[in-house]
Design a protein around this ligand. Structure first.
Ligand SMILES: *Cc1c(COP(=O)(O)O)cnc(C)c1O
Length: 379
């Protein structure tokens, strides 16, 4: 099955008891047994739920994996992955990371005796010197948030494999429509399904996808043993959102390309970050590992004018000032004070995350209206 068919059909069969074409929301906490241990495969809804099962199968298919494991949020999915490891284990992560992931690594799991190293993995040569006998996991996002840096997934996985270290890719920014890390050698893919997979800014959800049965068994064990499971209604909303994933992401990417070019030509704009520019660092790698260049665009203002950035953030009408991304509607955000406020300023500046940096999540509206909104707001 090709991708555009999988989004609609993979894992989803008409309900056997009624023929309902849409997967029902199985809003139940338990399942009746005929006799002790004689049941239909469902015992208790933390452990199994048919709505969640359908979504897990669908997600596995979209990422060309064999197993999907759903969690109550993207960060709960991350939490599930980290719980496979133990005190003394070490993780090497890209230094430009989703703020909440960085916070969980440094403020939560570090307290339990794990070590986290951060490095600029846009150059894969920076990885190997950090690997030691305790290294268990490499954690990358690509494109990164909010600098949209591109990491060569194949190159990172080749180095990790040599040392027997697992690679996890947070594929939230690309979505499975644009990029499939498991095909490029990664062991684990994680998504905040809150973003492109859900796509309508109406649900918080996360998932992990793997090929390997032993990894899947560990993750299902943690899903059940520590319990951060999504409710069936949330699973239904993600399943529903995914049915148009290919259409939404394609249109968003087309719109983003036009907007990135417009910003690049704007006299008040200093720099535009968008992987589709031929002079964007690692553009050739983006071209190789992504289907299109994504719908996230970041830009800075001349003179790093924070006051002017603040004015622009409140002046747009179609671009709503809000955290998050990946919905049908366009959003504008200020990473330094919003999504990345939990990262110390000197760490932020090291990665080029200056105070005038504005991040756009480009939606599926008419691009002419989006351009007019930005033109009016930036002036
Ligand atoms: C939003 C986000 C997360 C966290 O997901 P939640 O669903 O908000 O918990 C993780 N990684 C990336 C890249 C994100 O954008």
């Amino acid at each position: 099955m090709k991708f555009n068919t999988k989004v609609i059909h993979a894992g989803v069969d008409p309900d056997p008891s009624t023929g309902a074409i849409m997967t029902p929301i199985f809003q139940t906490s338990t399942y009746v047994q005929n006799a002790p241990g004689d049941h239909k495969g469902y015992e208790y809804a933390r452990t199994q739920n048919p709505t969640r099962d359908a979504l897990q199968k669908n997600l596995a298919a979209l990422e060309n994996g064999n197993f999907g494991i759903c969690f109550s949020s993207g960060l709960a999915a991350t939490d599930g992955i980290i719980k496979m490891f133990s005190q003394g284990d070490e993780v090497i992560a890209m230094n430009d990371l989703y703020g909440g992931t960085y916070r969980a690594f440094t403020k939560v799991y570090a307290r339990f005796g794990m070590q986290f190293h951060f490095a600029d993995l846009t150059n894969p040569d920076n990885l190997e010197p950090l690997i030691n006998a305790n290294t268990k996991l490499i954690w990358i996002e690509t494109p990164t948030n909010p600098m949209l840096s591109i990491i060569d997934i194949v190159a990172i996985c080749a180095i990790a494999k040599k040392h027997g270290v697992l690679v996890c890719v947070d594929n939230t920014f690309a979505s499975p429509y644009l990029q499939n890390p498991l095909d490029l050698g990664a062991d684990i893919v994680v998504h905040s399904a809150t973003k492109y997979l859900g796509g309508h800014s109406d649900v918080i959800h996360g998932c992990v996808i793997v090929k390997d049965k032993a990894l899947a068994d560990q993750l299902y064990f943690i899903q059940n043993a520590t319990g951060a499971v999504p409710g069936p209604q949330d699973c239904f909303l993600i399943l529903r959102g995914i049915k148009t994933l290919h259409l939404r992401v394609q249109r968003s990417c087309e719109n983003a390309a036009v907007i990135a070019q417009f910003l690049r030509n704007h006299p008040k704009v200093e720099k535009v970050y968008w992987p589709g520019f031929t002079d964007h660092p690692n553009h050739e790698i983006a071209k190789k590992q992504m289907r299109m260049f994504g719908a996230m665009v970041s830009f800075t203002l001349k003179g790093d004018d924070f006051t002017e950035a603040t004015r622009i953030l409140s002046a747009t009408h179609l671009f709503s000032l809000a955290e998050s991304l990946g919905g049908v509607e366009s959003l504008i955000g200020h990473p330094a004070s919003m999504t990345h406020a939990s990262i110390p300023k000197e760490e932020r500046l090291k990665n080029g995350l200056v105070d005038s940096l504005i991040r756009l999540s480009v939606g599926v509206e008419d691009v002419d209206d989006l351009l007019a909104d930005l033109q009016t707001a930036i002036g």
